[in-house]
Ligand binder design. Sequence first.
Ligand SMILES: [Zn+2]
Length: 65
Amino acid sequence: MHYARRKPSAAQCGSCGAALSGVPRMRPTQLKQLAKSSRRPERPFGGVLCSRCSRARFKTLAQSL
Ligand SMILES: [Zn+2]
C-alpha cells in the first residue's frame, strides 16, 4: 500500500489571515512543477495579500504618491 502525503493548509493573507484563492494547496515539490503564473495571482502582492487587502493597499500607496 502507498500512502499519499497530506495536503498543506491553504495559503493565508498576510494582513487579515483569510485563505488566499488562486494559490493551489500543494506540497512544495509539486508546486515547483507548476508554471509560476499558476502558483499565485499575477498582480502586486499576489500570493501575499487577499484581493480585498491588496486593493486597500493600492489605494493607500496611490494616496502617498
Ligand atoms: Zn486580507
